[in-house]
Design a protein around this ligand. Structure first.
Ligand code: APR
Ligand code: PHB
Length: 395
């Protein structure tokens, strides 16, 4: 088999890259180790920046997003028993769109099927070769038969635990990492969201987040210990603890119901530099992880593949290599800004083992500054709605 770009991984990064390349007339094959149902079963984040929406529009997969996505013009911060709204619209002129990553993935999968494009699911023993020279190849086994795809470029869109980053020679890559001393316990439930907008709560018992997927489906999170276990949390215990961490006026409005999904995820910051090795490009979670507090994971994945699709399009259509040569630096400029914001917002909102009485006072003082000053509010709003990306989406 031969293709122009072999994409490893069919998460949002791989699928969106495939869609953008298809629009540009560039052929690609996606190789994914799991089944399509498994990929769709993973519950992930659900806040899209305007730039991400524009890339999905460009890929031709934004119809359902425009119909069902919920525009949010702000978020609420809760601390010391009070609620404060950060008005994105007034501060930045922009909004974010609440639309689940699962739905983005489903739309991309459906568009791929409709266009007759190839995704190999359930691929075993995926390996990448020859990307330091001129003959990159992706090998895998499927139903007992060995396959090889010859290509011009490989896109490593295979997530944090994938094979592509691990295949780069030691020493050619530097990883920067911070592991946080807590996790998030998440619950998905078919109950109406407690507020119209997301509520981020700083509480002495730990952080809580009220998020949503639609007007009838809510997503809630609680900061928990790293060694905590999902089985330990009955639905009743989860709802009780959530209400304890919210201001009364919010807690009283929470509609409870059976959890349809419950899981614990650790929090991590990670960046791999550089993101290109010869003819292999890393994108999305394969190259970086942010703690979910800033809602940047999916948006960074989208901007990476936006830059990559642009670079590859220039290469094939205009015979120019400037875009692919600038790929890593362009992505990393944006990534480190999002890393800083996600780390800062995580530090501000969570209870750390070392926080102590002074640390809590500092968090409260910073939150007061944030909600009480135009500069503080604007900085939070600008970072949350996302920075502009004119290079990728002109105009
Ligand atoms: N071979 C083939 N596919 C692989 C391999 C492998 N060796 N290893 C992992 N994969 C697949 C995974 O099964 C998964 O479907 O790569 C895909 C990677 O998808 P994601 O982890 O969703 O990563 P990405 O597409 O970059 O999306 C980033 O997901 O984790 C969230 O917060 C993150 O929202 C962000 C988004
Ligand atoms: C979510 O809805 O899953 C979500 C929203 C905002 C975040 C993190 C997760 O910051």
């Amino acid at each position: 088999m031969r293709t122009q770009v072999a994409i490893v991984g069919a998460g949002p990064s791989g699928l969106l890259l495939g869609a953008l390349l298809h629009k540009a007339g560039i052929s690609a094959v996606i190789v994914e180790q799991r089944s399509a149902d498994y990929v769709l079963g993973r519950i992930r984040a659900g806040v899209l920046e305007q730039t991400t929406v524009e890339l999905l529009e460009r890929a031709g997969v934004a119809e359902r997003l425009h119909r069902d996505g919920l525009p949010h013009g702000g978020i609420e911060l809760a601390f010391e028993g009070r609620l404060h709204r950060i008005d994105f619209k007034a501060l930045t002129g922009k909004h974010v769109t609440v639309y689940g990553q699962t739905e983005v993935t489903r739309d991309l999968m459906d568009a791929r099927t409709a266009a007759g494009l190839v995704t190999v699911y359930d691929a075993e023993n995926v390996s990448v070769h020859g990307f330091d020279g001129n003959a990159p190849r992706v090998r895998f086994r499927k139903a007992g038969i060995e396959h090889e795809i010859a290509c011009d470029f490989i896109a490593g869109c295979d997530g944090y635990h994938g094979v592509t980053r691990a295949s780069v020679p030691a020493g050619a890559i530097t990883g920067f990492e911070k592991v946080y001393p807590f996790g998030w316990l998440g619950v998905l439930a078919d109950v109406p969201p407690v507020r119209d907008e997301l509520v981020y709560a700083n509480h002495e018992r730990g952080f809580a987040l009220c998020s949503q997927r639609s007007r009838t489906r809510s997503r809630y999170y609680l900061q928990c210990a790293l060694d905590d276990q999902v089985e330990r949390w009955t639905d009743a215990a989860f709802w009780d603890e959530l209400r304890r961490r919210l201001p009364d006026e919010v807690a009283q409005g929470v509609t409870t119901g059976p959890a349809i999904e419950k899981s614990i995820a650790p929090l991590r910051s990670f960046v791999a530099e550089p993101m290109r090795f010869g003819r292999l490009f890393l994108a999305g979670d394969a190259a970086h992880i942010v703690p979910p507090t800033g809602a940047k994971g999916l948006n960074l994945a989208a901007s990476d593949v936006g830059y990559l699709a642009e670079g590859l399009t220039e290469f094939y259509l205009d015979k120019r290599t400037a875009g692919i040569e600038a790929y890593s630096a362009r992505c990393l400029g944006r990534i480190w800004k999002a890393e800083r914001f996600s780390w800062w917002f995580t530090s501000l909102m969570h209870r750390f083992p070392e926080t102590g009485a002074f640390g809590r006072k500092m968090q409260q003082a910073e939150l007061e500054y944030l909600v009480g000053s135009a500069a503080g509010s604007r900085s939070l709003a600008e970072n949350y709605v996302g920075l502009p990306m004119q290079q990728v989406v002109p105009g």
